[in-house]
Design a protein around this ligand. Structure first.
Ligand SMILES: *[C@@H]1O[C@H](CO)[C@@H](O)[C@H](O)[C@H]1NC(C)=O
Ligand SMILES: *[C@@H]1O[C@H](CO)[C@@H](O)[C@H](O)[C@H]1NC(C)=O
Ligand SMILES: *[C@@H]1O[C@H](CO)[C@@H](O)[C@H](O)[C@H]1NC(C)=O
Ligand SMILES: CC(=O)N[C@H]1CO[C@H](CO)[C@@H](O)[C@@H]1O
Length: 329
């Protein structure tokens, strides 16, 4: 319990320090080049029916594993059976650190009722995973620099399998099999999970993103501030505002983070307030994606992850707070 409080306190300090740091240094030491061609190629590799047991399922996890390796992450791939063949994938930077920032998505799609249906692509689910890989590519040099500096913070990109159960029945519950296995496996000890940022259902038109958890409300507001700043300096595609400073603790869409939250991991859910209208229909494809949302989301999240890690790396006080608090355990 004390450890958990220490984590929450340290998140608070991270945010406070990020705000101070941003105020003090307006100029980024790093320039990030978002490569949309990479995003598009990545997305096209993910866009196939990829429910457990389908050929697309193994093609997609093999592809993600390959990309993570290629982008310099150390990859843990775990295959497990629970009525079907599931595969969790995680990519780590500085895995041995005592503190890990986790970014997560789920890569499987729902099984279609009509088994011959080829066009059930679940684009608004695939986008989150393509964003994570794009972010990793865009931030590659920054990661190498940051994690070579011996900081006690690491990064985990987690691609959950088994979001959906082994059934095409729309009434059948979402089961989070991958997330459950992941937590049970203790690949990352619970007390090392500083924050889990879960991306869900991104890329439909008109989406706005609220704050769903009190413990990460400051982090949510930070994302909103970053968006505002990027917008002011002309770095975003012209479109509506994504991050609203709006608390919505009682209404959050279900995803793998729900389980992590129950176990006490501080969770930030980067998700719209409603499911995309096209979800689980053939219309959930590339044509119906809203590109300004995707482009802007990537730019915002790159800055967000940068600020979080940079603050942790450069702020001695922050580490003192964290270490002294954890020692009380
Ligand atoms: C990526 O795909 C979108 C949608 O097809 C397209 O509008 C955009 O121009 C593409 N970007 C690049 C760099 O090819
Ligand atoms: C799981 O994979 C193994 C080996 O590829 C295969 O023999 C088995 O039939 C698969 N199980 C299911 C439930 O698809
Ligand atoms: C998005 O919102 C605008 C203004 O509220 C509306 O006119 C438009 O139809 C909406 N688009 C979709 C796809 O919901
Ligand atoms: C990376 C990851 O989450 N691996 C876990 C996936 O599930 C299996 C089955 O229990 C675990 O053993 C892995 O550790």
């Amino acid at each position: 319990m004390l450890g958990r409080i220490a984590l929450i306190v340290s998140i608070f300090y991270v945010v406070l320090n990020i705000i101070l740091l941003r105020w003090a240094t307006r100029k980024l030491p790093f320039t990030f080049f978002y490569d949309e061609e990479y995003f598009n190629t990545t997305l096209s590799k993910l866009l196939r029916p990829r429910y457990v047991g389908s050929p697309g399922h193994s093609e997609v996890h093999d592809f993600i594993e390959h990309e993570l390796n290629h982008l310099g992450f150390s990859v843990i791939r775990e295959d497990f059976q629970e009525g079907g063949n599931f595969t969790n994938l995680s990519g780590f930077m500085n895995r041995d650190a005592d503190n890990l920032m986790m970014l997560t998505c789920h890569y499987d799609s729902k099984m279609p009722k009509d088994w011959n249906k080829k066009d059930f692509l679940s684009a608004t689910e695939a986008v989150s995973c393509a964003i994570l890989l794009s972010l990793a590519k865009t931030m590659g040099m920054f990661f190498i620099k940051t994690f070579s500096e011996n900081i006690d913070m690491g990064l985990a990109l987690i691609f959950f399998d088994g979001h959906y159960s082994l059934s095409a029945d729309p009434l059948d519950e979402i089961r989070f099999i991958g997330a459950k296995e992941f937590m049970e496996s203790e690949i990352i000890p619970l007390e090392n999970m500083v924050v889990a940022v879960t991306l869900s259902y991104i890329g439909a038109p008109n989406q706005t993103f609220a704050s769903y958890f009190e413990v990460t409300n400051d982090l949510h507001n930070l994302a909103a501030d970053i968006e505002l700043e990027l917008r002011k300096s002309g770095q975003l595609t012209n479109s509506h505002v994504l991050f609203k400073k709006k608390k919505q603790y009682d209404k959050d869409l279900l995803d793998d983070h729900s389980l992590l939250n129950e176990l006490g991991v501080p969770v930030m859910h980067v998700a719209p307030q409603e499911y995309p209208k096209v979800l689980h229909t053939a219309a959930d494809n590339t044509e119906n994606l809203h590109w300004p949302t995707i482009r802007n989301m990537i730019q915002i999240l790159v800055r967000f992850v940068h600020d979080f890690l940079e603050t942790w790396a450069t702020n001695v006080n922050l580490k003192n707070v964290f270490v002294s608090d954890s020692l009380e355990d």
